[in-house]
Structures are given as structure tokens and as C-alpha cells.
Design a protein around this ligand. Structure first.
Ligand code: S3P
Length: 433
């Protein structure tokens, strides 16, 4: 199979100035799309993620009988199947999206019929045992090949479980909750680190009842979901590239409105503040239990200091670590990342690719099994960046390139469209040259 790859040249910038409104959060859009397609009735979403990953979720749900359309005003309208999907003869293509594959597995395991979930080369390398294990404990019949996709599901009635996730994962938590939603009795998921809680908030918004403690969530099934109208908050993991870019230049000022500020996602704001950027939250409101606000970042003349990201913080910041590592050479004291082994099994081995690309730009970096040490006070030069087809690597190094000497060539730049098709256009809009 031939996949077209695109290259992008990023020129250094003087400053990052302006205001942006980011497309809808990827994690929330997956959940809204999946739950709406499963629910009874019609749901309507504005600012739904424009990324290819969420399109994969919608396409899978359409293949399972839901109706999905994008209206002229941009609103995504979903008519749900009312709790019973139609088995598809064709494999369900999850593309590059781990969220789609892992979360749909839990939705389908208690349904009637056989289902096969497939993905692209990157997704086919990612571990799926982590969803098979809890689902099998519930009595599900799931077949993998060597722990990987294709995920073959022979749907059957399940029994409730009490499961402690061995590795913090919101995708696995969601997978178990979606199976529990359709299963008699009380299904509980326990986690050592509180991962993003969009599923819990979305399930409630669609009418389900859940019980939460500090480290667990329980759902008593079976329950029905009902369609909703909702606005998807701007994606803070996409905002991360701009927040980091603005933090790099004294005199920068960037305003991002309608930004999702769910506390399980907003740790980056604390880290940037600790590094020395000035972050102001200008207003805060609640939409379908998700916090949304306007954030202004201003870079101070003292520049950025140093940070250590380890323990629970590493899990909470997992999607933002590539961009933090990419800007670390421009801090005075460097950034140390540990307890982030999960980065090796994301869309690419993000520890290896960050180290390789930082070195290509002339930086010193130490690679560990579970993290990186990137010393501060370094100068980077423009280079050719291998994104490995990974959206977050392509975007992270586009940000580092703004402060490099000379031009940087990003290979595989089209991968940004997995989560953020508008990225390069928005970067051009706010990067002053
Ligand atoms: C996600 C959870 C995280 C994250 C991914 C999106 C989600 O993955 O890295 O980008 O939407 O639940 P894990 O569940 O593997 O930690």
C-alpha cells in the first residue's frame, strides 16, 4: 500500500501573537460520537473534532447502523441505534485510532453477533491485550493475533466485574464501562491514577447513572442512553502546541477561547506556570459537566526554568510530553521525564522519536526506558524531522522549529490531520516572522 506523505518547511519565528479557537476535543468527540450512535434518539454536536481519528469512530458507528451527517452549519447530527447495533459483514476500520478500537471493543463485546476491528500499520502494532483481559474476565469471547489487532469479537451476554487497571488508561476504563453499561449488576473500574474522566461525564450527560469515588467508578447495568445536544470544548492537547510555542518567546501573548479545561486534562497549565510562563484563565463555565474557559498565555522576560515530570503527572500529561520535551532545550534548567513508558506504545515510540529528532536538531538528550532527560540552555538548528507518521511528533517539532536557527523540514506532516487538520494554518496565523 502506498501512502502519500507530505513535507512542510517551518521557518523560525520572532514571536507568537493573536487569538485562536481550537477545534473540538478529540477524546470528548470520540465519546460523544460513540454514545450518541449507541443511544436512543438524535444528538447534535457543534465544534466536533475535525480529526481523522474521530471520523474513524463515526464511520465504525455508521457501519453498525447509526446515522451520521454533517450539516451545512457544521453541526454533526447522529441518530442512534437505541442500544442494539447491526453486525457488519465488513471489518470495522479504526484507522490510526487506539481510542476507537479499545472503546468500541467494550461496546460490542455484550452485543449479539460477530465483529472484527482492524486498523492501520501503527494501530496494528499497539497492545490490545489490555482490553481483552478485563472483557474476558466478564466472559467475553475476544481473539487477537499475538496481542494485537485484528480484534475479533464474538458477542455474548457478560457478567459484571470489579477491575483494577494495571496501567493507567482512560481507553481501557471506558472499554470496561461501556461493557458494564449493558451488563446486569455492578461493574467497577479502579485506577491508581485518575485518568481523563470524559467517559464518566459523557455517560451522565446521556442519562446514565454512575457512582464515583476518588479512585473508582461503578456503573450498574443495563441502562439506556438518550441523545443530547452539546458543544465540544476546544482540544487542550491541540492547544498544548500553541501554549508551548507562545511560552518560548518573550513578549508573546496568545488567547485561546472555548478551551476544554477538565482538571484531568489541564495539568499542562500547571507545568507551564511552574516553568515560568504566565497563564491566566479569563473565564470558566460548565458545559455538559465539562469545564470550558478562555486561557491567555504570556511569556515573561526571564524565560522558562526547569521541570520534572514523573509519577501520576506523567500519566496525566501523556499526550503533551512530546511537545514539552521538544521545547526543553530552550529552558534554562532542562526537563526530566520519567514513569512515561507508555509513550513507547503510542502511535509511534515517542521516546525514541523525540530523542532522534532532538539529536537531528543538534541537541543533547538522554533516553531512558521510561523517559528522557533534555538539558536546558541549548541552541537547536533546523533539520529534517522524521515524524514517523505520528501526529504529535510532527506538531511538537514544528513548535521546536520556531526557535531553531534555520529552516526545519517536517516529514510526514500530513499526520497532523489525525487530531488537528488545521494545525499548520493556525501556526502560520500566530507565528510572527
Ligand atoms: C485517550 C487516552 C490516552 C491518550 C489518548 C486518548 C482517551 O490513552 O493517550 O490520546 O481519549 O481516552 P491511554 O488510554 O492509552 O492512556
Amino acid at each position: 500500500m502506498h501512502t502519500a506523505t507530505q513535507e512542510r518547511i517551518i521557518r523560525p519565528a520572532r514571536n507568537v501573537l493573536g487569538s485562536l479557537r481550537l477545534p473540538g476535543d478529540k477524546s470528548i468527540s470520540h465519546r460523544y460520537g460513540m454514545l450518541a450512535a449507541f443511544a436512543e434518539g438524535v444528538s447534535r454536536f457543534s465544534n466536533f473534532s475535525t480529526g481523522a481519528d474521530c471520523a474513524s469512530t463515526l464511520a465504525c458507528m455508521q457501519a453498525l447502523g447509526a446515522k451520521v451527517s454533517k450539516r451545512n452549519d457544521g453541526i454533526v447530527e447522529v441518530t442512534g441505534v437505541g442500544g442494539r447495533v447491526t453486525p457488519s459483514n465488513e471489518p470495522l476500520d479504526c484507522g490510526n485510532s487506539g481510542s476507537t478500537m479499545r472503546m468500541i471493543s467494550g461496546l460490542l463485546a455484550p452485543q449479539q453477533g460477530c465483529f472484527t476491528l482492524v486498523g492501520d500499520a501503527s494501530l496494528s502494532r499497539r497492545p490490545m491485550e489490555r482490553v481483552r483481559k478485563p472483557l474476558e474476565a466478564m466472559g467475553a469471547r475476544i481473539t487477537l493475533t499475538d496481542g494485537h489487532a485484528p480484534v475479533m469479537i464474538d458477542g455474548s451476554e457478560l457478567k459484571a466485574t470489579d477491575y483494577t487497571t494495571p496501567v493507567p488508561s482512560a481507553q481501557v476504563k471506558t472499554c470496561v464501562l461501556l461493557a458494564g453499561l449493558q451488563t446486569s449488576g455492578n461493574t467497577t473500574v479502579r485506577e491508581a491514577v485518575r485518568t481523563r474522566d470524559h467517559s464518566e461525564l459523557a455517560l451522565r450527560a446521556f442519562g446514565a447513572e454512575l457512582a464515583r469515588t476518588i479512585d473508582s467508578v461503578s456503573i450498574r447495568g443495563p441502562q439506556k442512553l438518550h441523545g443530547v445536544d452539546a458543544v465540544v470544548p476546544g482540544d487542550i492537547s491541540s492547544a498544548a502546541f500553541f501554549l508551548c510555542a507562545a511560552s518560548l518567546f518573550t513578549g508573546s501573548s496568545l488567547v485561546l477561547d472555548n478551551l476544554g479545561l477538565n482538571p484531568t486534562r489541564a495539568a499542562l497549565l500547571d507545568v507551564l506556570t511552574a516553568l515560568g510562563a504566565h497563564i491566566a484563565v479569563l473565564n470558566l463555565e460548565e458545559k455538559n459537566a465539562e469545564l470550558v474557559g478562555t486561557v491567555q498565555v504570556t511569556a515573561l522576560p526571564e524565560g522558562l526554568r526547569s521541570a520534572e515530570i514523573s509519577g501520576p503527572l506523567a500519566a496525566q500529561l501523556i499526550d503533551e510530553l512530546p511537545v514539552l520535551a521538544a521545547i526543553a532545550p530552550f529552558t534554562s534548567g532542562g526537563i526530566r521525564i520519567r514513569d512515561a513508558k507508555e509513550l513507547r506504545i503510542k502511535e509511534s515510540d515517542r521516546i525514541a522519536l523525540v530523542a532522534q529528532n532532538l539529536r537531528a536538531m543538534g541537541a543533547e538528550v538522554m533516553e531512558f526506558e521510561d523517559g528522557l532527560d533534555v538539558p536546558g540552555g541549548q541552541t537547536l538548528h533546523g533539520a529534517t524531522i522524521d515524524s514517523g507518521g505520528d501526529h504529535r511528533i510532527a506538531m511538537a517539532f514544528s513548535v521546536a522549529a520556531l526557535r531553531a536557527e534555520g529552516e526545519t523540514l517536517i516529514q510526514g506532516a500530513e499526520s497532523a490531520a489525525i487530531s488537528f487538520p488545521e494545525f499548520f494554518q493556525m501556526l502560520d496565523q500566530v507565528a510572527e516572522r
